[in-house]
Design a protein around this ligand. Sequence first.
Ligand code: T3D
Length: 258
Amino acid sequence: SDQVVLKALEHGVLTLTLNRPDKLNAANDALLLGLTGALREAADDSAVRVVVITGAGRGFCAGQDLGEVGAREMGFAEHLRHTYNPLISTMRALEKPVITAVNGVAAGAGASLALAGDIRLWSSAVTFIEVFSNIALVPDSGSTWMLPRLVGYHKAFELMALAERVNAEEGLRLGLCERVFPAETFAEDVRAYAEQLAARPVRALGLTKRALNQALSSTLDEALENEAQAQQRAGEDPEHREGLAAFKEKRSARFKDV
Ligand code: T3D
């Protein structure tokens, strides 16, 4: 297909596949704007309960397409503001779970994208590289914000300074991902995981995501107030009524039906 972002909606799971496999899904503007647009559409589509971002072929995303950097008119800052920054902000603001299903190498802004998911599922074949310093650039697309929160300042700086290659085992140990699945069964394992998540109360999870993101830059008192407001909304939602009814009737909740 000549589409740089493939979209497929099945069982409440919207899968967005970066599709420039010959370049390990290196990002051009069409890919970045296409991905951001698809996420914005997903926000308004109640059929979408969970979003999965993954890559076609053997790579997840090799970061900025270096073939296109020299050719463009925009400065770096303007380019980031136009493409990568809205993508990462949109992922974090979307009140639905976003899974990054990292099927292979994730480098540069591709590594940032991998980290920006709410749940990060890695194939055993992943290599994660904060590759920016190899070409004397600065980690962007949220890496400077996310990585020290995951591994601490010092390990983050070392990974960035040396562009060290992190394999799946090490990524799991460092907390760069939640699960590692065997490369051979990765696609099926991701599908099963995503469908299990899609059966959860996704509006409550959306509110949870928002509260967690707010809490990352708030005081305790602000977090307590945000929780109160979120709980008001969750408590008034039919999802909560279904959860309570299921508890009382000693059955599993059917959140997808409410
Ligand atoms: O505003 C701005 O633009 C600034 C934003 C910056 C954000 C960034 O992401 S900067 C970082 C950019 N990314 C890189 O520097 C990574 C470059 N790629 C690599 O270091 C290696 O390709 C990998 C470590 C990712 C993978 O290595 P390997 O050996 O598995 O694969 P390979 O053979 O190097 O790559 C396969 C093909 O993909 C190859 O093409 P070919 O020779 O088969 O025709 C390679 O050129 C191409 N490719 C890989 N990465 C990129 C790329 N083409 C364009 N841009 C890439 N980033």
